[in-house]
Design a binder for this molecule. Structure first.
Ligand code: URA
Length: 187
């Protein structure tokens, strides 16, 4: 199943109550064959309006960090655990994540990334460890089914806690190095 077909299949998804409050579904964007994927929590107001992930203030910070790490945003794939905006930007509920994660899993199958970065607590718990504390696990690679995964801080957290940017930058340098390694191995 290619990514386009996955996206077409879910374009009008109504499998959980979040669809009722959405303006647009935000399935994700970028390179459909990217070895590197970033997974956030869920669309905010700007993303809901534009139908694109990480375009608001947090997204702009993510773009700047990618640029500083010399990872072109258009080369990678960026998405979220839930594809519709939770009301008032609340954290997605377990049931919403459990329903929506099937889309993400189909995206993984289509894209076949080698590296996955989880941004903040929700995607880290949903994909790596339900008990994970982001401040403890950030910056550490774990391997699952041949895919290397690293949690780091969510950019919205960095906007509220700028002192954490130093650690996030260490993580982004490690992500850059791993990405370069994967690219040169596939050449
Ligand atoms: N925060 C997220 O987790 N995802 C987005 O797409 C935007 C902000």
């Amino acid at each position: 199943m290619d990514l386009e077909s996955v996206h077409q299949r879910y374009a009008r998804c109504s499998r959980c109550p979040l669809h009722r409050g959405r303006t647009r579904i935000v399935l994700g964007e970028g390179n459909p064959a990217s070895p590197l994927m970033f997974v956030g929590e869920g669309p905010g107001a700007d993303e809901d309006r534009q139908g694109r992930p990480f375009v608001g203030r947090a997204g702009q910070l993510l773009s700047r960090m990618l640029e500083a790490a010399e990872i072109p945003r258009a080369e990678i794939f960026i998405t979220n655990i839930v594809k519709c905006r939770p009301p008032g930007n609340r954290t997605p509920q377990d049931e919403e994540m459990a329903t929506c994660i099937t889309i993400l899993r189909e995206q993984f199958v289509a894209i076949r990334p080698k590296l996955i970065v989880t941004l903040g607590s929700a995607p880290t718990r949903a994909l790596i460890d339900p008990a994970a504390r982001i401040t403890r696990v950030r910056g550490q690679w774990v391997e699952r089914k041949g895919v290397r995964m690293m949690p780091t801080f969510h950019p919205a957290y960095l906007l509220r806690n700028p002192e954490a940017k130093r650690e996030a930058w260490i993580d982004f340098q490690a992500i850059r190095d791993a990405y370069r390694e994967v690219l040169s191995a596939s050449r």
